[in-house]
Design a protein around this ligand. Structure first.
Ligand SMILES: [Ca+2]
Ligand SMILES: [Ca+2]
Length: 263
């Protein structure tokens, strides 16, 4: 079969469009790299909490946990999947009277999640935050003023007269503690949790948000980065205040689940 000379540009156009179509089909394919394609040192894990009974417990058996008095900072990356409960605790340390406590949590208001910082019954609230999106939260108290930050930006503050003296309780992560008066089941993912014995300023919060926390900083009390799947233990890289997944040291129904942070 022979083509006439005026047919050749059309043939070239058809071939070009077929090639482009094939190329577009490739680009439209979902980007789902295989898990084993990611080098181990570039994986970033987090813990998924089911919003029902999952929890991490840091038992009160480490003096480093008690280094807070006149000032504190609580920090975490959170990804809220849904509001199954009125509150979802991120970090909760409460005594049996609720007069001595520090809590940072997600709270449900008008069917939207907001962040709530509570220090000894004093409260600060954020604006609504998006679901299924990573948000950095930080709550600070400098001895006089409580402040709340979202993604390193200040969003509220309050003058209070109090001290932080919670020294006899376990720390609960992703769930209310036994003294919290509420289940506080968090539904979603948490990573990069830290507790400091100072009120960190916005510049310090923003500087460390990307995981550049300096372990030589003496104000850092507990640091649970969740860098890898470490089984039943949540390692504290600062003072060995390791957390336990679930309600027992073995596998149980209260265990949160290690997943890759991008999932
Ligand atoms: Ca367990
Ligand atoms: Ca469970």
């Amino acid at each position: 079969m022979r083509y006439k000379i005026y047919q050749i540009p059309w043939l070239m156009l058809v071939v070009l469009m077929a090639a482009l179509s094939f190329r577009c089909n490739i680009d439209d394919s979902p980007m789902t790299p295989k898990d084993d394609a990611i080098p181990e040192d570039e994986k970033q894990y987090c813990l998924y909490f089911d919003g029902q009974d999952d929890r991490v417990i840091v038992y009160d058996n480490n003096d480093a946990m008690d280094g807070v008095a006149d000032a504190i900072t609580l920090e975490a990356w959170i990804n809220v999947h849904s509001l199954q409960d009125l509150v979802g605790r991120i970090i909760d340390r409460s005594d049996n009277q609720l007069d001595d406590r520090y809590v940072i949590e997600v709270y449900q208001r008008d069917n939207q999640p907001i962040v709530h910082l509570n220090i000894n019954r004093n409260s600060l609230w954020s604006k609504p935050i998006p679901l299924k999106t990573w948000v950095h939260v930080a709550g600070t108290f400098d001895g006089q003023q409580m402040r709340l930050y979202l993604d390193g930006a200040p969003c509220d503050s309050l003058m209070v007269e109090t001290r932080v003296l919670v020294n006899e309780s376990d720390i609960y992560i992703g769930h209310g503690g036994i003294h919290s008066g509420h289940p506080g089941s968090f539904h979603g993912c948490l990573k990069e949790l830290s507790i400091w014995k100072c009120a960190r300023n916005p510049q310090q919060i923003r500087q460390d948000m990307k995981g550049n926390v300096n372990l030589l900083n003496l104000d850092l009390i507990c640091y649970w980065p969740m860098q890898s799947d470490t089984g039943q233990q949540l390692p504290d890289l600062q003072h060995n205040a390791h957390g336990q997944l679930g309600s027992t040291a073995g596998v149980d129904a209260d265990d949160p689940t290690w997943i890759l942070a991008g999932e």
